[in-house]
Design a protein around this ligand. Structure first.
Ligand SMILES: C[S@@+](CC[C@H](N)C(=O)[O-])C[C@H]1O[C@@H](n2cnc3c(N)ncnc32)[C@H](O)[C@@H]1O
Length: 219
């Protein structure tokens, strides 16, 4: 018997678009889910961010001026797509992730000359930028699970973020609500971010699994 596929050549364009989007969503969600099962402390969630969380993370960025944007912890690209949709034609997005399966996935999925995927840890941010002749980014969007990271690693990363963000730039970072689950160390993300940034504002996003606080940080 012939195997059924996602592509239906006879489908109307709108139907085809929906089925392509659904199959992409399916691939991204299942990859994310299975990678999380392998290492939940690194992936920090079972599901990619919702479009509501992505919108809240990107709202503080002035896309009319941002030329260099860095995304830390890109995962399957839920936020990456939204960044590219808003960015200027001449802007560049460096997307960093430590998981090679995610990097391969976004490389296949995103064909955009403004996008540069980088395999590696956010703790090497300074050297990634130096290798590319960049001193500072105009915006940094981070999905890193700071709560589940060791204190030395997160201090190292945030130190570099503060050092490599332009003076009028912005960092956005989220933390899931109710993260004080048994086994997880107590960690106050706002207080931690205040050690590096003069201004830390927060917004709650309930339409995400799990709901999250988005922090907007300025030097
Ligand atoms: C909560 S997921 C977010 C994924 C995606 N941005 C989203 O919102 O759906 C966190 C991501 O950070 C990545 N990650 C964890 N530690 C990292 C590190 N030290 N450097 C770079 N990426 C890291 C994980 O592989 C994972 O893709």
């Amino acid at each position: 018997m012939k195997e059924q596929t996602h592509k239906r050549p006879d489908a109307k364009p709108a139907t085809r678009l929906i089925s392509v989007r659904a199959s992409r969503l399916h691939t991204s969600h299942s990859l994310f889910f299975f990678q999380s099962l392998r290492s939940l402390s690194v992936t920090a969630s079972l599901f990619p961010s919702s479009r509501f969380l992505a919108a809240a993370l990107l709202r503080p960025i002035d896309f009319t001026r941002a030329r260099v944007i860095v995304e830390l912890g890109m995962g399957t690209g839920a936020i990456t797509h939204e960044l590219l949709r808003r960015m200027l034609p001449g802007a560049v997005l460096y997307g960093v992730d430590i998981n090679p399966a995610f990097i391969t996935h976004v490389q296949r999925k995103i064909r955009d000359s403004r996008f540069v995927p980088i395999l590696g840890g956010a703790e090497a941010l300074g050297s990634f930028l130096r290798q590319r002749g960049i001193r500072r980014a105009d915006a940094i969007v981070s999905s890193l699970g700071l709560t589940s990271m060791g204190p030395e690693l997160r201090s190292n990363i945030l130190g570099q973020v503060a050092e490599h963000l332009s003076r009028d730039g912005v960092l956005t970072q989220y933390q899931y609500l109710q993260v004080s689950a048994p086994g997880l160390p107590h960690f106050r993300e706002r207080d931690f971010l205040r050690e590096y940034f003069r201004e830390v504002a927060s917004e709650r996003v309930i339409w995400n699994l799990p709901p999250a606080n988005v922090y907007t940080c300025r030097l």
